[in-house]
Write a new protein. Structure first.
Length: 384
């Protein structure tokens, strides 16, 4: 019976924390109504969470009705992790706080080798640790990651294989890592108001490569060997002779990455593929017909792949992010049109296709931050 009481108490504390993490500052009265817990229980639990530094008082609620104003509580704004969005050409990094806040610090050019990359990361982390106290490092990776060992199994567009991330650090840090699309899916499922009650969904992240994060029954799917959701490497052209970074031919990524659009347009301003694609988007928004035509053709290619995913998974929503986060509305309409033309009718009857909620900071960073917050809460609540 004692164990049952302890388990229920832990469950209730975690429930209160998760509600505040997803909804922002709320009163004890609101928490009591939403959870069904007695007001006295909520008061006791929130006091305990404040005593261990998880929750904090923000301000009294702003209401015009007579009576005592409730106290708004939120997760404490304490730094817990440095988070990194590892891109093929550029890496962004930020400081993650317990209440979900992210301070985007800066970015640097992604070096060619893991050795060079983690040398820079260690320098950035050291600089941050001079100002803030944290011990979690969370990485968003454009590839397949063994989450148990934080090893990059394969990042084809980087040319990185079997990279043991913890080996580059001298202890003192908890290392977390996952695929960028999985983390983007986690961000949408955890924070986006548009994704409330979402149970089955797909996040398609399109940059130099194409990745997909899959949500099934409310949980991000990783698979037995962490390669679930690698739809960027499904074959959509059996006659293609172009070789993908994965070693196969005819991959969806070859037709739906931003490199396809850039190459088909021709000369574009910019040093990197991302820079060039941003130029292409600006040209399309300014009415340049060639840019509009290329984007429409690209949207068709993206829709072809999404149609296959929709037939396989039957999601409620497909979310598109990465370099396409700021694509014009017409682009997403074209993707939806092509998807519904090709997919089974019953699979698209309630389907929503939309851009990601997150622009800056990116869904990758937000997901890496949420990953770190959840781990911090696991350890802190378990030990208290």
């Amino acid at each position: 019976m004692k164990q049952d009481h302890s388990s229920m108490k832990s469950w209730n504390r975690r429930t209160l924390v998760e509600l505040l993490l997803s909804n922002g500052p709320k009163t004890r009265t609101w928490l009591s109504k939403v959870t069904g817990l007695a007001p006295s229980a909520v008061t006791r639990l929130t006091r305990e969470l404040m005593d261990i530094g998880i929750l904090t008082f923000v301000q009294h609620e702003n209401k015009v009705e007579p009576g005592r104003k409730g106290e708004l509580l939120d997760l404490a704004q304490k730094p817990i992790a440095a988070v990194f969005d590892v891109g093929v050409t550029k890496t962004s990094f930020a400081l993650s706080f317990l209440n979900g806040k992210l301070d985007l610090i800066s970015h640097f050019a992604t070096p060619e080798t893991p050795e060079e990359f983690f040398k820079i990361v260690k320098e950035k982390v050291s600089e941050m640790r001079n100002l803030y106290d944290f011990n979690i490092l969370s990485f968003s990776i454009p590839g397949i990651v063994n989450m148990d060992s934080s090893t990059i199994i394969l990042a084809p567009n980087l040319g990185w294989y079997d990279v043991d991330i913890p080996s580059y650090f001298d202890g003192g840090y908890e290392i977390l890592a996952d695929n960028e699309a999985n983390l983007s899916m986690l961000a949408e499922a955890s924070y986006s108001p548009e994704s409330q009650n979402m149970t089955n969904a797909v996040f398609v992240i399109i940059r130099e490569g194409v990745g997909t994060g899959v949500l099934i029954d409310g949980k991000v799917l990783h698979g037995d060997t962490f390669s679930a959701g690698e739809f960027g490497h499904m074959t959509i052209s059996v006659n293609s002779e172009e070789t993908c970074h994965c070693g196969n031919t005819g991959c969806w990524e070859l037709f739906s990455s931003i490199k396809w659009a850039n190459n088909h347009y021709g000369e574009l301003d910019g040093e990197t593929q991302i820079d060039k694609f941003e130029t292409l988007l600006r040209l399309a928004k300014d009415g340049t017909q060639k840019a509009i035509d290329i984007l429409n053709a690209h949207a068709v290619n993206v829709g072809v792949g999404i149609a296959n995913i929709v037939n396989a998974i039957n999601p409620d929503v497909v979310i598109i992010g990465g370099a396409l986060s700021d694509a014009p509305e017409q682009y997403f309409k074209k993707v939806e049109e092509e998807t519904k033309k090709r997919a089974l009718r019953m699979a698209t009857s309630n389907l929503v296709i939309r851009p990601t909620t997150f622009k800056s900071p990116s869904s990758n960073l937000v997901g890496a931050s949420f990953f770190a917050i959840e781990r911090f809460l696991d350890e802190t609540l378990k030990s208290s």
